[in-house]
Design a protein around this ligand. Structure first.
Ligand code: HXC
Length: 268
C-alpha cells in the first residue's frame, strides 16, 4: 500500500531499531528508510540482520546491522555507539525487540517470566539508558536544537487480561509505564519525546504465528465484533506519524493500533 506521507518526512534522521530486522520492526525500518532515514538494526541473529540490511540497501536506504542482545548492557552500549560512529548521530530509537510464548501461569517458571521481562522491559530501559547521551538536546552530532525520539513497541494484552500471557502482559505494562516516566523526565530535562505503539493482531508476524494459532483466530473472529487483522504497514505508518514533525506535540502516549479490538465485547 502506498504511504500517505511525503517521501522526505524523515530526511536526514538516523534511527536505531532493536528487533528491526524482522516482523513489525523490519517494516518500521523499511518505511523509515523509504521516508529518508538512515537505518541501524540490532538483533541476535546474524543471518536475519544480513538479509534485512541487504533488503534495505536494495531500496537505496543507508543501512547497517549490529548483532547484540538487549539483555546485555555491554551490547546495548556497543550498538548505540557503533550506530553513532557509523552515521554520525542518533535521532530515533525504536524498541521493537520482544520475546514471547504461550504458557499458563502454573506451567511458567519464574525464570521464564523473568526472561520475557528481561527482554521487553529491562531491555527497553537499557537501550534508552545507553542512548540518552546521543538523543538529548545538544548531544553529540545533533545539529538540530531539539532532542530525539524514543518509540516503544508495546501491546494491548494488559489493558484487560489475556490468557497464557501473564509474563508478556506484565512486561508490556512495564514498557508503557517506562514510556510515561521517560516522557515526563526526559521530555522536561532533555527535550526527548517518548511514545509507544500497542499493535493488535498483525498478520504475517512471529507474534501471530506463535500466539494465535489458526483455530484461536477463527474462533475469536466469531465472537469479537471488531476482530480484524492489521498489517505491519499499519504499525509503520503510526510510527512515521510519531517520528515525523506531525507528531511533535505527542509525548508520553501509547497509541493502540488494533482496529478497536481491545475494547471489543460480544454483542450478546
Ligand atoms: C514455557 C518457556 C517456553 C515455553 C521458554 N521458556 N519457552 N516456558 N513455555 N514455550 C522458559 C524456559 O524454560 C526457561 O526457563 C526460560 O523461559 C528461558 O528460556 P530460554 O529458551 O533459555 O531463553 P532464550 O533462548 O533467551 O529465548 C527467549 C524466548 C524466545 C523469549 C524464550 O522465545 C525468544 O528468544 N523469542 C524471541 C523472538 C520472539 O518471541 N518474538 C515474538 C515476539 S511477539 P527455565 O526455568 O526452564 O530456565 C510479541 C508480541 C507480543 O512479543 C504481543 C502480542 C499480542
Amino acid at each position: 500500500m502506498e504511504s500517505p506521507f511525503k517521501g522526505d518526512v524523515l530526511k536526514g534522521k538516523v534511527a536505531l531499531l532493536t528487533g528491526g530486522a524482522s516482523g513489525i520492526g523490519f517494516e518500521i525500518s523499511r518505511q523509515f528508510g523509504i521516508h529518508g532515514a538512515s537505518i541501524a538494526v540490532m538483533g541476535r541473529r546474524k543471518s536475519v540482520l544480513d538479509s534485512a540490511v541487504s533488503s534495505l540497501q536494495s531500496l537505496g536506504i543507508p543501512a547497517v546491522g549490529f548483532d547484540g542482545d538487549v539483555r546485555k548492557q555491554e551490547d546495548a552500549k556497543r550498538v548505540v555507539e557503533s550506530t553513532v560512529k557509523h552515521f554520525g548521530k542518533l535521532d530515533i530509537l525504536v524498541n521493537a525487540a520482544a520475546g514471547n510464548f504461550l504458557v499458563s501461569p502454573e506451567d511458567l517458571s519464574p525464570n521464564g517470566f523473568r526472561t520475557v521481562l528481561d527482554i521487553d522491559s529491562v531491555g527497553t530501559f537499557t537501550m534508552c539508558h545507553e542512548a540518552l547521551k546521543y538523543l538529548k538536546k545538544g548531544g553529540p552530532g545533533r545539529r538540530s536544537c531539539s532532542g530525539g525520539l524514543i518509540l516503544n513497541i508495546s501491546a494491548t494484552l494488559h489493558y484487560t487480561a489475556s490468557w497464557y500471557q501473564i509474563h508478556v502482559s506484565a512486561a508490556k505494562a512495564a514498557v508503557d509505564s517506562l514510556t510515561r516516566s521517560l516522557a515526563l523526565e526526559w521530555g522536561t530535562d532533555y527535550d526527548i519525546r517518548v511514545n509507544g505503539i500497542a499493535p493488535g493482531p498483525i498478520s504475517d508476524t512471529t507474534g501471530m504465528s506463535k500466539l494465535s494459532p489458526e483455530e484461536i483466530s477463527s474462533k475469536a473472529r466469531e465472537y469479537m465484533p471488531l476482530y480484524k487483522l492489521g498489517e505491519k504497514w499499519d504499525i509503520a505508518m503510526s510510527a512515521l506519524y510519531l517520528a515525523s514533525d506531525a507528531g511533535k506535540y505527542v509525548n508520553g502516549t501509547t497509541i493502540a493500533v488494533d482496529g478497536g479490538l481491545w475494547l471489543s465485547r460480544p454483542r450478546h
